[in-house]
Structure formats: structure tokens, C-alpha cells
Ligand binder design. Structure first.
Ligand code: ES4
Ligand code: ZN
Length: 380
């Protein structure tokens, strides 16, 4: 269920229903008038781009959930997609978000389920002109439910090869360890993942941001480095001790990227360090089913400020199934309007997505050339 692309720039206009529908109808013209040079939603959608922050489990939408529950003969408190959507309104902060996330992912049981969920997600991203994906998955959330690690890996890996062949995308997986679980549990999974390591790009950290993060994962990240894996970590927006956590991820874990990382902007020394070390920031200006006033605008303005500071920021989908079905290009178009991004700004977002992706340099060069060709063939 996609939302209209075009949000008028004047709040007053939005308060008049007749005027607002007229403005939405005249969306392209409006988007031009708001942003100066021609930044149309079509230009944003058509740009080749990479998606670097999307969760397999968070891509399950209400219809998909209902289908999986039926196929697996599972008991569920929610009998229709509409009931699921109502339930998703419960997610208003990180903790309540994780509660519904856990309920949704419990619908996946078999290798086929993992394959189908991943493939549906790649198809959505392909439709938004994503040419390269680095997708998170949460092994502990499945192994602790009795699903073998091999079931998860076989399912998602066959989806990867099908999407690469049929859709012409390049795809890698990032194995996320849960910040609220022990380092020993993460190490167990890391060691069990060895047979699949050639097909895993890197590791990350997600789930509830609890005590001990990031210090307790120092050994995990050191081991992952020895195994040749890339390293990133979530630092969610406006959590307790966000700034300290970002410093910890940089200094103790040796991360190459921070997922979200909006609070980098709260510390001038952090800004300098992130810029000097060329740390990627995968920001997610997502909308929850429960409207939180100012949430999108806050993140959009942070993205604009990061661009102005020359930081390597990207726009990402995060959990589109739980967050109103919006994917990267939908979100970029919303950010463009909310923060008045210029054409150069939106191109920088796509360029950054390739610059901070974990692809071989030869591929990066091709992706960047594809973007340059796109820009050159769409004169202002
Ligand atoms: C997540 Cl937004 C976010 N934060 C932390 N953990 C997550 N898992 C899925 N989405
Ligand atoms: Zn995330």
C-alpha cells in the first residue's frame, strides 16, 4: 500500500482538503517549485541505487504474514491483514517495535518461507531501481525458535541466486547479532556460519539497545575481522547514550558503517571522526503505522545536514513490511520534499550508496558509471 508521492511543501495548504487534493494531483509541478531545479519523483525513482539497510524479517507485510500463517497452519491472534495492520500500530518506539517484529517473523518456518520472503523483498527493491542489496537477517531470532541455521541460509541463498539471475541485481547478506543477547550466543552462531561464510558479506548488531552494548561484542567483531567479514552496527536514533554508543562502535568494534547514526550530529568530534574515517551512515526516514509527528522531518533534516557536512549518508528502507510498505525510493522522495533536497543532494544519496557498499571496486565502478549515465541522460 503505497502513499502518494507528492507531499505539498506548505503545511497550510495541507490543512485545506480541497486544495490539498489539487496539490497532490499537481505533484510533479509542485515538487519542481519546492526544490528549485527539476527534482521529480520520477527522477528519484529511476536513479540506480544500492539498498544497504533492510531487514529480511522486517520486510514481511501484513498480507504476506497472513499467507505464511495459513500455509504453515499456525495459530495467530490476527486473522486478517487489516487486523495485522491494527496490531502494527503498537510499534511506537524501539522496544514495542521489536515486539511486533518478533510476532511477524514467527510466521516463517521453512526453507521455502525464507526463500519467498527474501525474493518478494528483492522484487520490491528491483521495482524501485535498486541494483545492489545488502540485506540484514537475524539468525538468533530463528535458531532460538528451533529453526536450524541451515534452513535460514539455504532459503535466503536460493532467493539471492534467483534474484541475481532473473532481476540482474547483485545481493549480499549481513548477519545481525542481537544487542540484547549474550556475546556467547553470537559467537556460537558466528562459528556455525563458517560453511556459508563465502556467501555472507559481513556482520551487524540490531534489536533492543541494552546494557553492555557495544563493549560486550568486542571479541565477536575481532573474530569477524579475522574471518574476513565486513562490520557494521545499529545505533538507533535518540536512544539513551546514543553518542557514547557510536564512539564505542568506532573505537571498540572497528565498524565501517553505522546503521542510523543520526546522533553523530550531536558531537562535533564525532562528525570529524566519521568524516575522516569515511564511515557510512545508513539512515532510515521511515514512517510507522502510528504517526509520530515530526519523526520524518527530523530524520530528513538530519540527512540534509549530513549531506551538507560531506558525510557518507544514505537513505534506506529498514523494515518496509512493518513501516507502511515504503521502500527506499518512496522514502527518498519524501525526504526530498521534507528537507528541500536539490538534485545534487539526491544524486549524492545514490552515489554514497555505492561508495559505502561492500562490493568489489570493479563493480562499484560500473554502478557509479551507471549512475553518471543516468544523470547525464536526464538534463535539468
Ligand atoms: C530494527 Cl529499526 C531497528 N533497530 C534495531 N533493530 C532492528 N531490527 C529490525 N529493525
Ligand atoms: Zn535497521
Amino acid at each position: 500500500m503505497l502513499e502518494p508521492w507528492h507531499v505539498p511543501c506548505s503545511g497550510d495548504a495541507m490543512r485545506d482538503p480541497a486544495l490539498s487534493s489539487l496539490l497532490i494531483f499537481a505533484g510533479v509541478a509542485l515538487s519542481r517549485c519546492c526544490a528549485g531545479a527539476a527534482v521529480t519523483p520520477e527522477f528519484i525513482y529511476g536513479m540506480p541505487k544500492a539498498e544497504l539497510h533492510i531487514h529480511l524479517e522486517g520486510s514481511i507485510d501484513p498480507e504476506e504474514y497472513i499467507g505464511l500463517v495459513a500455509r504453515n497452519n499456525l495459530q495467530s491472534a490476527y486473522g486478517t491483514a487489516e487486523a495485522v495492520r491494527l496490531r502494527l500500530r503498537h510499534a511506537t518506539n524501539l522496544d514495542t517495535f521489536i515486539e511486533v517484529y518478533q510476532e511477524m517473523l514467527a510466521s516463517m518456518r521453512t526453507e521455502r518461507d525464507f526463500h519467498d520472503v527474501a525474493l518478494a523483498c528483492f522484487e520490491h527493491l528491483h521495482a524501485q531501481h535498486v541494483v545492489h542489496v545488502e540485506m540484514f537477517f537475524d539468525p538468533q531470532m530463528h535458531t532460538t525458535r528451533g529453526i536450524p541455521f541451515s534452513t535460514v541460509m539455504e532459503g535466503i541463498d536460493s532467493a539471492r541466486s534467483e534474484a541475481e539471475g532473473r532481476l540482474g541485481m547483485t545481493i549480499g547478506y549481513i548477519m545481525c547479532f542481537n544487542r540484547n543477547r549474550t556475546a556467547a550466543s553470537a559467537m556460537e552462531i558466528l562459528e556455525a556460519s563458517k560453511p556459508w561464510l563465502p556467501r555472507i558479506l559481513g556482520i551487524g548488531l540490531d534489536n533492543n539497545e541494552e546494557a553492555g552494548f557495544p563493549e560486550k561484542f568486542k571479541g565477536i567483531f575481532a573474530r569477524a575481522g579475522q574471518l574476513g567479514l565486513h562490520r557494521t552496527a545499529h545505533c538507533d536514533v535518540n536512544q539513551a547514550h546514543s553518542v557514547d554508543h557510536i564512539w564505542g562502535c568506532l573505537q571498540l568494534l572497528g565498524v565501517e558503517r553505522i546503521d542510523h547514526g543520526v546522533n553523530v550530529l550531536d558531537d562535533p568530534r564525532l562528525i570529524e571522526t566519521v568524516k575522516a574515517r569515511r564511515i557510512g551512515l545508513t539512515v532510515c526516514p521511515t514512517l510507522l503505522y502510528t504517526e509520530i509527528p515530526g519523526r520524518l522531518e527530523f530524520r530528513a533534516k538530519a540527512i540534509k545536514r549530513m549531506l551538507d557536512l560531506g558525510l557518507l549518508v544514505t537513505v534506506n528502507s529498514d523494515d518496509p513490511g512493518i513501516m507502511r510498505g515504503l521502500y527506499v525510493s518512496d522514502l527518498m522522495a519524501k525526504v526530498q520534499v521534507a528537507a528541500q533536497l536539490s538534485r545534487d543532494d539526491v544524486v549524492a544519496l545514490a552515489r554514497n550508496s555505492f561508495l559505502i557498499s561492500w562490493i568489489p571496486d570493479s563493480e562499484r565502478k560500473l554502478d557509479l558509471r551507471m549512475l553518471d549515465d543516468y544523470v547525464a541522460s536526464h538534463p535539468q
